[in-house]
Design a protein around this ligand. Structure first.
Ligand SMILES: *Cc1c(COP(=O)(O)O)cnc(C)c1O
Length: 269
């Protein structure tokens, strides 16, 4: 089993540092191209090991906390969709980068009172975690005459710091989503346990894949896609069936602040 470090060892030109004044844009674009290709190669290698077709695994670059100028360079390097975990930040970036036509994907918890903005800006939402949010989104989308691809987020680790449905709630939740016709259910999304223990991480991914398989039997999960895997655990995720990996740090460099997940308590499962 392979586990790759988050840092790539590539000089941090594509990182988040603020001291980038004077950085040559062409060099930055080139640096992002290398980072994207390196992540793509990790995905492809994992898919081959698992006997899967690499083309079935999408790479979603996660641009949270990365400033707009850097995202322009990443876009030029081929990152045409970007994942954001905060509606307000996504809204700001979507506004200032509107000329590029980036597909913005929401991957973090959305409060119901932000449903209007979320519905207006998102090309996809991977963090659907309540019927209240589903209802609020559906209402806005119907008013706008649009539909939205969504993934249902599952808390597969039991960590209280993580959003998402309890695994046992998933079948009923998916059945109820049928009541919201503007939401096109694509599959399930999860964050694995925050640990370097890949066996524990693998358990989380397996649990979600099993939920997907059960839901596919019931016909409630659309195409049954699986958004699983990040910079530190994408190989394990691909081996366990992921069709979308969400990768931030391996492309954009270490974030200036530690991710908010990871130190929360663990509830019994
Ligand atoms: C930040 C984030 C990621 C990316 O994590 P990295 O470690 O930067 O690859 C993936 N999914 C979600 C939901 C995130 O918030």
């Amino acid at each position: 089993m392979t586990s790759s470090p988050v840092r790539t060892g590539v000089p941090d030109e594509a990182g988040n540092g603020t001291g980038s004044v004077g950085t040559d844009t062409a060099a930055l674009v080139e640096s992002f191209r290398h980072r994207l290709a390196a992540v793509r190669a990790r995905i492809d290698a994992a898919a081959h090991r698992a006997g899967r077709n690499p083309a079935q695994v999408r790479l979603l670059p996660v641009s949270k906390t990365v400033p707009e100028e850097r995202l322009r360079a990443a876009y030029a390097a081929g990152a045409t969709q970007m994942g954001e975990n905060k509606v307000q930040e996504a809204r700001r970036k979507a506004g200032s980068l509107a000329d590029l036509g980036i597909a913005w994907v929401l991957i973090g918890h959305v409060q119901t009172n932000k449903a209007r903005d979320a519905a207006a800006l998102a090309a996809e939402l991977q963090s659907l975690d309540s019927l209240r949010l589903a209802q609020a989104l559906d209402r806005r989308l119907q008013a706008a005459g649009r539909s939205l691809n969504v993934y249902v987020q599952v808390n597969s680790s039991g960590e209280t710091s993580k959003f998402g449905l309890e695994p046992a709630e998933v079948p009923d939740f998916l059945a109820r989503l049928q009541a919201y016709p503007a939401l096109r259910v694509q599959g399930l999304m999860t964050l694995a346990a925050h640990t370097t223990d890949q066996a524990r991480v693998r358990e989380c991914f397996r649990l979600v894949r099993q939920l997907r398989d059960d839901a596919a039997q019931a016909g409630t999960v659309g195409p049954g896609l699986l958004s699983m895997g990040m910079s530190g655990d994408l190989e394990t995720a691909v081996e366990e069936g992921s069709t979308c990996v969400r990768v931030g740090q391996a492309i954009f460099g270490a974030r200036p602040t530690p991710p908010q997940t990871g130190t929360g308590g663990v509830t019994a499962r």
